[in-house]
Design a protein around this ligand. Structure first.
Ligand SMILES: Nc1ncnc2c1ncn2[C@@H]1O[C@H](COP(=O)(O)OP(=O)(O)O)[C@@H](O)[C@H]1O
Ligand code: SF4
Ligand SMILES: [Mg+2]
Length: 374
Protein backbone atom coordinates (compact mmCIF):
# COMPACT_ATOMS: atom_id res chain seq x y z
CA UNK A 1 0.00 0.00 0.00
CA UNK A 2 2.76 2.39 1.06
CA UNK A 3 4.80 1.46 -2.04
CA UNK A 4 1.80 2.06 -4.24
CA UNK A 5 1.36 5.53 -2.73
CA UNK A 6 5.04 6.29 -3.21
CA UNK A 7 4.86 5.22 -6.87
CA UNK A 8 1.85 7.46 -7.36
CA UNK A 9 3.69 10.40 -5.74
CA UNK A 10 6.77 9.86 -7.92
CA UNK A 11 4.56 9.66 -11.00
CA UNK A 12 2.74 12.84 -9.97
CA UNK A 13 6.02 14.70 -9.37
CA UNK A 14 7.36 13.56 -12.74
CA UNK A 15 4.15 14.72 -14.39
CA UNK A 16 4.32 18.10 -12.64
CA UNK A 17 7.96 18.50 -13.64
CA UNK A 18 7.22 17.59 -17.25
CA UNK A 19 4.49 20.20 -17.16
CA UNK A 20 6.66 22.91 -15.56
CA UNK A 21 9.62 22.22 -17.85
CA UNK A 22 12.00 21.64 -14.92
CA UNK A 23 13.78 18.41 -14.03
CA UNK A 24 14.02 18.82 -10.26
CA UNK A 25 16.39 15.92 -9.64
CA UNK A 26 18.84 17.05 -12.31
CA UNK A 27 18.46 20.64 -11.10
CA UNK A 28 19.29 19.67 -7.51
CA UNK A 29 22.41 17.82 -8.68
CA UNK A 30 23.49 20.76 -10.84
CA UNK A 31 22.95 23.20 -7.96
CA UNK A 32 24.92 21.03 -5.55
CA UNK A 33 27.83 20.75 -8.01
CA UNK A 34 27.86 24.51 -8.65
CA UNK A 35 27.69 25.20 -4.90
CA UNK A 36 30.59 22.85 -4.17
CA UNK A 37 32.66 24.40 -6.97
CA UNK A 38 32.00 27.87 -5.51
CA UNK A 39 32.91 26.72 -1.99
CA UNK A 40 36.19 25.21 -3.24
CA UNK A 41 37.00 28.37 -5.23
CA UNK A 42 36.25 30.62 -2.23
CA UNK A 43 38.48 28.50 0.01
CA UNK A 44 41.46 29.72 -1.98
CA UNK A 45 40.69 33.39 -1.32
CA UNK A 46 42.57 35.13 1.50
CA UNK A 47 40.46 36.57 4.33
CA UNK A 48 39.38 40.19 3.99
CA UNK A 49 41.95 42.19 6.03
CA UNK A 50 39.29 44.83 6.83
CA UNK A 51 36.92 42.34 8.49
CA UNK A 52 37.21 41.23 12.13
CA UNK A 53 34.85 38.36 11.29
CA UNK A 54 34.32 36.72 7.93
CA UNK A 55 32.00 33.75 7.65
CA UNK A 56 32.06 31.71 4.44
CA UNK A 57 29.56 29.04 3.49
CA UNK A 58 28.82 28.25 7.14
CA UNK A 59 26.64 25.19 7.72
CA UNK A 60 25.28 23.68 10.90
CA UNK A 61 23.22 20.57 10.30
CA UNK A 62 21.70 18.57 13.15
CA UNK A 63 21.30 14.83 12.57
CA UNK A 64 17.82 13.91 13.79
CA UNK A 65 17.82 10.20 12.93
CA UNK A 66 20.56 7.68 12.17
CA UNK A 67 20.62 4.09 10.91
CA UNK A 68 22.00 1.35 13.19
CA UNK A 69 25.31 1.87 11.39
CA UNK A 70 25.32 5.58 12.29
CA UNK A 71 24.43 6.84 8.80
CA UNK A 72 22.22 9.97 8.95
CA UNK A 73 18.67 9.42 7.64
CA UNK A 74 17.15 12.72 8.64
CA UNK A 75 19.04 16.01 8.91
CA UNK A 76 17.86 19.45 9.97
CA UNK A 77 19.75 22.19 8.14
CA UNK A 78 19.54 24.91 10.82
CA UNK A 79 22.22 27.01 9.09
CA UNK A 80 22.78 26.22 5.45
CA UNK A 81 25.54 27.99 3.55
CA UNK A 82 25.66 31.45 5.10
CA UNK A 83 28.39 33.98 4.22
CA UNK A 84 29.01 37.55 5.48
CA UNK A 85 31.63 39.89 6.92
CA UNK A 86 31.70 42.35 9.85
CA UNK A 87 34.21 45.18 10.26
CA UNK A 88 35.65 46.08 13.69
CA UNK A 89 33.33 48.31 15.74
CA UNK A 90 30.26 47.46 13.63
CA UNK A 91 26.98 45.92 14.69
CA UNK A 92 25.43 43.34 12.42
CA UNK A 93 21.76 42.82 13.26
CA UNK A 94 20.31 39.41 12.37
CA UNK A 95 16.56 39.19 11.94
CA UNK A 96 14.08 36.49 10.98
CA UNK A 97 11.21 34.52 12.44
CA UNK A 98 11.72 32.12 15.31
CA UNK A 99 13.37 28.89 14.17
CA UNK A 100 15.16 30.39 11.15
CA UNK A 101 18.61 29.60 12.59
CA UNK A 102 19.77 32.86 14.24
CA UNK A 103 20.84 31.33 17.54
CA UNK A 104 22.43 28.31 15.89
CA UNK A 105 24.44 30.61 13.62
CA UNK A 106 25.63 32.75 16.55
CA UNK A 107 26.64 29.66 18.50
CA UNK A 108 28.35 28.04 15.51
CA UNK A 109 30.45 31.19 14.98
CA UNK A 110 31.60 31.01 18.60
CA UNK A 111 31.98 27.24 18.17
CA UNK A 112 29.59 26.52 20.99
CA UNK A 113 28.19 24.29 18.22
CA UNK A 114 30.80 22.58 16.05
CA UNK A 115 30.07 23.82 12.48
CA UNK A 116 29.23 21.12 9.93
CA UNK A 117 31.15 22.98 7.21
CA UNK A 118 32.44 26.40 6.28
CA UNK A 119 35.16 28.85 7.21
CA UNK A 120 35.05 31.30 10.14
CA UNK A 121 37.84 33.86 9.93
CA UNK A 122 38.28 35.76 13.18
CA UNK A 123 41.01 38.41 12.94
CA UNK A 124 42.28 36.66 9.82
CA UNK A 125 42.52 33.12 11.31
CA UNK A 126 40.14 30.36 10.26
CA UNK A 127 38.87 29.07 13.60
CA UNK A 128 36.30 26.63 12.15
CA UNK A 129 38.60 23.67 12.81
CA UNK A 130 40.02 24.92 16.14
CA UNK A 131 40.09 22.39 18.97
CA UNK A 132 38.38 23.20 22.30
CA UNK A 133 41.85 23.93 23.70
CA UNK A 134 42.62 26.42 20.92
CA UNK A 135 39.19 27.99 21.46
CA UNK A 136 39.84 28.43 25.19
CA UNK A 137 42.50 31.00 24.37
CA UNK A 138 40.04 32.80 22.09
CA UNK A 139 37.23 32.88 24.65
CA UNK A 140 38.56 36.17 26.00
CA UNK A 141 38.10 37.75 22.57
CA UNK A 142 34.70 36.28 21.70
CA UNK A 143 31.79 36.35 24.14
CA UNK A 144 28.04 35.87 24.18
CA UNK A 145 25.13 37.47 26.06
CA UNK A 146 22.13 35.12 26.18
CA UNK A 147 18.44 35.88 25.95
CA UNK A 148 17.44 34.70 29.39
CA UNK A 149 19.24 36.43 32.28
CA UNK A 150 17.30 34.27 34.76
CA UNK A 151 18.79 30.92 33.74
CA UNK A 152 22.23 32.10 32.65
CA UNK A 153 23.59 33.09 36.09
CA UNK A 154 24.65 30.51 38.72
CA UNK A 155 22.25 30.96 41.66
CA UNK A 156 24.70 30.11 44.45
CA UNK A 157 27.52 32.50 43.53
CA UNK A 158 27.68 36.17 44.45
CA UNK A 159 27.86 38.76 41.69
CA UNK A 160 31.48 39.38 42.69
CA UNK A 161 32.39 35.70 42.31
CA UNK A 162 30.51 35.40 38.99
CA UNK A 163 32.44 38.33 37.54
CA UNK A 164 35.82 37.59 39.15
CA UNK A 165 36.00 33.96 38.07
CA UNK A 166 36.61 34.49 34.33
CA UNK A 167 39.05 37.31 35.16
CA UNK A 168 41.10 34.92 37.32
CA UNK A 169 40.83 31.95 34.94
CA UNK A 170 42.04 33.98 31.98
CA UNK A 171 44.60 36.02 33.97
CA UNK A 172 43.15 39.30 32.75
CA UNK A 173 44.76 41.25 35.63
CA UNK A 174 47.12 40.24 38.49
CA UNK A 175 45.24 38.45 41.33
CA UNK A 176 45.52 41.39 43.77
CA UNK A 177 43.82 43.71 41.25
CA UNK A 178 40.86 41.46 40.39
CA UNK A 179 38.35 43.03 42.79
CA UNK A 180 39.07 46.62 41.71
CA UNK A 181 38.94 45.56 38.07
CA UNK A 182 35.55 43.86 38.58
CA UNK A 183 34.19 46.90 40.45
CA UNK A 184 35.26 49.05 37.49
CA UNK A 185 33.34 46.84 35.06
CA UNK A 186 30.30 46.84 37.36
CA UNK A 187 30.40 50.63 37.40
CA UNK A 188 30.57 50.72 33.59
CA UNK A 189 27.49 48.47 33.47
CA UNK A 190 25.49 50.58 35.94
CA UNK A 191 25.84 48.12 38.85
CA UNK A 192 26.48 49.56 42.32
CA UNK A 193 29.56 48.36 44.16
CA UNK A 194 27.63 46.83 47.08
CA UNK A 195 26.00 44.40 44.60
CA UNK A 196 29.38 42.62 44.67
CA UNK A 197 28.31 40.57 47.71
CA UNK A 198 24.74 39.96 46.54
CA UNK A 199 23.20 36.94 44.77
CA UNK A 200 21.47 36.92 41.36
CA UNK A 201 18.02 36.11 42.79
CA UNK A 202 18.04 39.47 44.59
CA UNK A 203 17.88 41.32 41.26
CA UNK A 204 15.30 42.15 38.61
CA UNK A 205 15.60 40.89 35.01
CA UNK A 206 17.18 44.15 33.82
CA UNK A 207 19.80 44.14 36.59
CA UNK A 208 20.55 40.49 35.91
CA UNK A 209 21.10 41.24 32.25
CA UNK A 210 23.54 43.99 33.31
CA UNK A 211 25.40 41.33 35.33
CA UNK A 212 25.46 39.05 32.25
CA UNK A 213 26.83 41.91 30.14
CA UNK A 214 29.44 42.68 32.82
CA UNK A 215 30.44 38.99 32.85
CA UNK A 216 30.92 39.04 29.06
CA UNK A 217 32.97 42.26 29.31
CA UNK A 218 35.10 41.02 32.21
CA UNK A 219 37.48 39.18 29.87
CA UNK A 220 37.86 42.27 27.61
CA UNK A 221 36.40 40.76 24.41
CA UNK A 222 36.49 42.29 20.94
CA UNK A 223 33.45 40.53 19.54
CA UNK A 224 30.16 39.82 21.34
CA UNK A 225 27.17 37.82 20.13
CA UNK A 226 24.06 39.34 21.72
CA UNK A 227 21.33 36.73 21.31
CA UNK A 228 17.98 38.47 21.85
CA UNK A 229 19.45 40.23 24.91
CA UNK A 230 16.29 42.21 25.69
CA UNK A 231 13.49 39.87 24.56
CA UNK A 232 12.96 38.44 28.05
CA UNK A 233 12.88 41.89 29.70
CA UNK A 234 10.10 44.33 30.46
CA UNK A 235 9.55 46.78 27.61
CA UNK A 236 10.33 49.66 30.01
CA UNK A 237 13.79 48.18 30.73
CA UNK A 238 14.68 47.20 27.15
CA UNK A 239 15.80 50.68 26.06
CA UNK A 240 18.13 50.99 29.07
CA UNK A 241 19.89 47.74 28.23
CA UNK A 242 20.14 48.58 24.52
CA UNK A 243 21.61 51.99 25.42
CA UNK A 244 24.06 50.33 27.79
CA UNK A 245 25.19 47.96 25.01
CA UNK A 246 25.61 50.93 22.66
CA UNK A 247 27.57 52.98 25.22
CA UNK A 248 29.90 50.07 26.02
CA UNK A 249 30.43 49.44 22.32
CA UNK A 250 31.61 53.01 21.79
CA UNK A 251 33.81 52.98 24.88
CA UNK A 252 35.45 49.66 24.02
CA UNK A 253 35.29 49.59 20.21
CA UNK A 254 33.33 46.33 20.35
CA UNK A 255 31.92 44.45 17.39
CA UNK A 256 28.44 42.97 17.86
CA UNK A 257 26.43 40.27 16.17
CA UNK A 258 23.04 41.35 17.44
CA UNK A 259 20.27 38.77 17.06
CA UNK A 260 16.68 39.88 17.49
CA UNK A 261 13.24 39.39 16.05
CA UNK A 262 12.37 42.97 17.07
CA UNK A 263 12.99 45.12 14.01
CA UNK A 264 12.79 48.45 15.81
CA UNK A 265 15.55 47.36 18.20
CA UNK A 266 17.66 46.10 15.30
CA UNK A 267 17.10 49.33 13.37
CA UNK A 268 18.28 51.36 16.35
CA UNK A 269 21.45 49.43 17.12
CA UNK A 270 22.70 47.99 13.81
CA UNK A 271 25.00 49.26 11.07
CA UNK A 272 24.27 46.30 8.82
CA UNK A 273 21.39 43.88 8.72
CA UNK A 274 21.13 40.24 7.69
CA UNK A 275 17.72 38.70 7.08
CA UNK A 276 17.49 34.93 7.57
CA UNK A 277 14.87 32.48 6.40
CA UNK A 278 15.02 28.72 7.06
CA UNK A 279 18.78 28.66 7.61
CA UNK A 280 19.71 30.91 4.66
CA UNK A 281 20.66 34.57 4.43
CA UNK A 282 18.09 35.99 2.00
CA UNK A 283 19.13 39.65 2.19
CA UNK A 284 22.12 41.45 3.65
CA UNK A 285 23.33 45.04 3.56
CA UNK A 286 23.80 48.41 5.24
CA UNK A 287 20.88 49.28 7.54
CA UNK A 288 19.71 52.26 5.48
CA UNK A 289 19.61 50.22 2.28
CA UNK A 290 17.71 47.38 3.92
CA UNK A 291 15.16 49.65 5.58
CA UNK A 292 14.75 52.21 2.75
CA UNK A 293 14.94 49.79 -0.13
CA UNK A 294 14.18 46.23 0.99
CA UNK A 295 14.50 43.94 -2.02
CA UNK A 296 13.51 40.47 -0.84
CA UNK A 297 9.76 39.75 -0.56
CA UNK A 298 10.41 38.22 2.89
CA UNK A 299 12.16 41.38 4.13
CA UNK A 300 9.26 43.41 2.74
CA UNK A 301 6.75 41.27 4.60
CA UNK A 302 8.72 41.44 7.87
CA UNK A 303 9.07 45.22 7.67
CA UNK A 304 5.45 45.76 6.74
CA UNK A 305 4.53 44.37 10.17
CA UNK A 306 6.46 47.14 12.01
CA UNK A 307 4.12 49.97 13.07
CA UNK A 308 5.00 53.22 11.28
CA UNK A 309 5.59 56.06 13.78
CA UNK A 310 4.48 58.59 11.13
CA UNK A 311 0.64 58.43 10.95
CA UNK A 312 0.64 60.29 7.60
CA UNK A 313 2.59 57.49 5.92
CA UNK A 314 0.42 54.48 5.30
CA UNK A 315 2.15 51.07 5.19
CA UNK A 316 0.23 48.14 3.79
CA UNK A 317 0.80 45.11 5.90
CA UNK A 318 1.86 42.06 3.85
CA UNK A 319 0.40 38.95 5.40
CA UNK A 320 2.41 35.81 4.78
CA UNK A 321 0.48 32.66 3.93
CA UNK A 322 0.86 29.67 6.24
CA UNK A 323 3.46 28.77 8.82
CA UNK A 324 7.20 28.66 8.40
CA UNK A 325 8.01 25.19 6.95
CA UNK A 326 10.19 22.78 8.93
CA UNK A 327 13.92 23.20 8.26
CA UNK A 328 14.07 19.38 8.41
CA UNK A 329 12.07 19.30 5.19
CA UNK A 330 12.45 22.69 3.48
CA UNK A 331 10.67 23.47 0.18
CA UNK A 332 12.63 22.93 -3.02
CA UNK A 333 13.93 25.84 -5.10
CA UNK A 334 13.53 29.09 -3.17
CA UNK A 335 12.71 28.00 0.40
CA UNK A 336 10.31 30.95 0.68
CA UNK A 337 8.19 30.04 -2.36
CA UNK A 338 5.38 28.41 -0.33
CA UNK A 339 4.65 31.77 1.36
CA UNK A 340 5.91 34.33 -1.14
CA UNK A 341 3.37 36.73 -2.66
CA UNK A 342 5.62 37.09 -5.73
CA UNK A 343 6.42 33.39 -6.31
CA UNK A 344 6.88 32.31 -9.94
CA UNK A 345 7.23 28.85 -11.50
CA UNK A 346 11.04 29.02 -11.43
CA UNK A 347 10.94 29.65 -7.65
CA UNK A 348 9.55 26.17 -7.02
CA UNK A 349 12.47 24.46 -8.73
CA UNK A 350 15.64 26.55 -8.71
CA UNK A 351 17.48 28.04 -5.75
CA UNK A 352 17.95 31.76 -6.42
CA UNK A 353 21.51 33.05 -6.62
CA UNK A 354 22.75 35.23 -3.71
CA UNK A 355 23.63 38.33 -5.71
CA UNK A 356 25.23 41.71 -4.90
CA UNK A 357 22.70 44.21 -6.30
CA UNK A 358 24.51 47.40 -5.21
CA UNK A 359 27.65 47.82 -3.15
CA UNK A 360 27.35 45.63 -0.07
CA UNK A 361 23.63 44.90 -0.64
CA UNK A 362 22.96 41.23 -1.36
CA UNK A 363 19.72 39.43 -2.13
CA UNK A 364 18.66 35.90 -3.06
CA UNK A 365 15.54 36.18 -5.20
CA UNK A 366 14.64 35.33 -8.81
CA UNK A 367 12.95 38.73 -9.18
CA UNK A 368 16.50 40.08 -9.58
CA UNK A 369 18.03 37.40 -11.81
CA UNK A 370 18.24 37.71 -15.58
CA UNK A 371 17.40 34.08 -16.31
CA UNK A 372 14.01 34.11 -14.55
CA UNK A 373 11.62 32.06 -16.74
CA UNK A 374 8.58 33.59 -14.99
N1 LIG B 1 20.49 21.01 19.27
C1 LIG B 1 19.58 20.95 18.30
N2 LIG B 1 19.20 19.77 17.76
C2 LIG B 1 18.28 19.70 16.76
N3 LIG B 1 17.68 20.78 16.21
C3 LIG B 1 18.02 21.98 16.71
C4 LIG B 1 18.97 22.14 17.77
N4 LIG B 1 19.10 23.48 18.05
C5 LIG B 1 18.26 24.11 17.21
N5 LIG B 1 17.61 23.22 16.41
C6 LIG B 1 16.65 23.54 15.35
O1 LIG B 1 17.30 24.41 14.44
C7 LIG B 1 16.38 25.37 13.93
C8 LIG B 1 16.91 26.76 14.17
O2 LIG B 1 16.85 27.02 15.57
P1 LIG B 1 17.40 28.35 16.21
O3 LIG B 1 18.79 28.55 15.75
O4 LIG B 1 17.19 28.26 17.68
O5 LIG B 1 16.45 29.45 15.57
P2 LIG B 1 16.16 30.95 16.03
O6 LIG B 1 17.22 31.36 16.99
O7 LIG B 1 16.18 31.74 14.75
O8 LIG B 1 14.80 30.93 16.65
C9 LIG B 1 15.04 25.09 14.62
O9 LIG B 1 14.25 24.30 13.76
C10 LIG B 1 15.43 24.31 15.84
O10 LIG B 1 14.40 23.44 16.25
S1 SF4 C 1 12.77 33.66 -5.49
FE1 SF4 C 1 10.58 33.63 -5.93
S2 SF4 C 1 9.64 32.70 -4.12
FE2 SF4 C 1 11.70 33.31 -3.58
S3 SF4 C 1 11.47 35.31 -2.71
FE3 SF4 C 1 11.93 35.63 -4.85
S4 SF4 C 1 9.94 35.74 -5.89
FE4 SF4 C 1 9.60 34.90 -3.83
MG1 LIG D 1 17.04 32.11 18.98
Amino acid sequence: MENQEMELNVAETQEENAFSGYDDIAEKEREEQARQAQIEADKLLPPDPEAILEVRHLKKHFVLKKTMMGKPISTLKAVDDVSFKIKPGETLGIVGESGCGKTTMGRAILKLHQPTAGQIFFEGEDIAGYTPKQMRALRTKMQIVFQDPYSSLPPRSTVGDILAEPVRVHNIVPPEKVKDYVLGIMDQCGLRDYYYERYPHEFSGGQRQRICIARALAVAPKFVVCDEPVSALDVSIQAQIINLLKKIQQERQLTYLFISHDLSVVKYISDKIGVMYLGSMVEFGPKEKIFDNPLHPYTNALFSAVPNPNPDEKTDRILLKGDIPSPANPPMGCKFHTRCPKAMEICKHIVPEYKEMEEGHFVACHCYSENSKG
